[in-house]
Write a protein of this length. Structure first.
Length: 315
């Protein structure tokens, strides 16, 4: 199979038929073998009924319905798990991503041998102050922190080699950082393509300003995981040793000063250096224990289900 199109969605009943017809037209005109995987992330409208109808009419349409809203990352994870295409395309269901971009994205993966191509919505039709400016700040911070030189991490329109999506674990809210996850997994040939961005035709956006706050928090998380995720002792143990050493040095200083230079002065417990020494040694011990426990957790953790599937179509 040439292409798998993975589409996570939440309450997009107005756009699904039009999006399906548009994708099918592009696929047929380019003679691609394809599958369209809709992941209904707990919609409360008629989205699942429409997906069911499309699956009856077109055997290339597949559907996954979650019991409730688990988030875009979990929806992508479910889609990636079942995708069979040599090239996997992700896009949003709101018609702001154009299926006309699919052939060129496919060629960049197959002919130019990229591992991942990320879309760049260079000209946007979103509100300038609520989405554009925060997005630019977010993308700048992501570039500086991750070392992945992309202009638009948040673009939902991306193309991947099948091997990439099978070897990365998208969880939590990490869908924004799939290129970073891919890089950390060893897939370093990452490119970017300017793609068309269209104004939303139906409904309202499902994301508010809080997504940028969450995005920055996730950025810190992924930086930590990429640096210390496999060996937390390197961070916490290192901090623990440094802090314990500082406290120990203060304690030695107090002992020497009391024994040899000021035997009849204030008690050691009456000096502020005593509390500095005590506090830093306790904190150092706690940091070291935290690193030790982190190592144990990594070696004993078991995979747990992050979402529950209610129904599947055409699998």
């Amino acid at each position: 199979m040439n292409i798998s199109v993975v589409i996570p969605l939440l309450n997009e009943e107005e756009s699904l038929i039009e999006l399906h017809d548009w994708i099918v037209t592009v696929m047929q005109s380019n003679r691609f073998l394809y599958e369209i995987i809709f992941i209904d992330d707990g919609s409360t409208d008629q989205s699942w009924n429409i997906i069911s109808q499309l699956a009856e009419q077109n055997s290339s349409v597949k559907g996954i319905q979650f019991f409730k809203n688990f988030g875009k990352s979990q929806a992508l994870h479910a889609g990636f798990k079942v995708a069979k295409g040599d090239v996997v395309i992700t896009m949003d269901a709101d018609l702001q991503d154009s299926p006309e971009e699919i052939p060129e994205l496919y060629n960049l993966i197959k002919q130019e041998d990229y591992d991942l191509i990320s879309g760049w919505k260079k000209k946007r039709f979103d509100n300038k102050f609520t989405k554009n400016l925060p997005s630019k700040l977010f993308n700048w911070a992501a570039r500086k922190t991750s070392g992945v030189k992309l202009n638009d991490f948040n673009c939902g329109l991306k193309a991947y080699k099948n091997t990439v999506i099978k070897h990365i674990d998208v969880n939590g809210e990490m869908h924004r950082y799939i290129p970073v996850l891919a890089k950390n997994a060893g897939f370093v040939k990452i490119g970017e393509k300017v793609v068309a961005h269209q104004a939303r035709k139906y409904g309202e956006t499902k994301f508010g300003m809080d997504r940028f706050i969450n995005g920055f928090l996730d950025l810190i998380t992924i930086w930590f995981l990429s640096r210390f995720g496999k060996r937390p002792m390197y961070l916490f143990g290192g901090l623990g040793i440094v802090m314990f050493f500082i406290g120990f040095c203060f304690a030695i200083y107090l002992g020497i000063d009391k024994l040899f230079f000021n035997p009849y002065g204030r008690l050691i417990t009456q000096r502020p250096q005593f509390f500095i020494a005590l506090t830093t040694m306790i904190l150092g011990t706690q940091f070291f224990v935290a690193g030790f426990l982190g190592e144990i957790i990594l070696r004993t953790k078991k995979d747990s289900k992050r979402y529950l599937i209610n129904e599947e179509l055409n699998f």
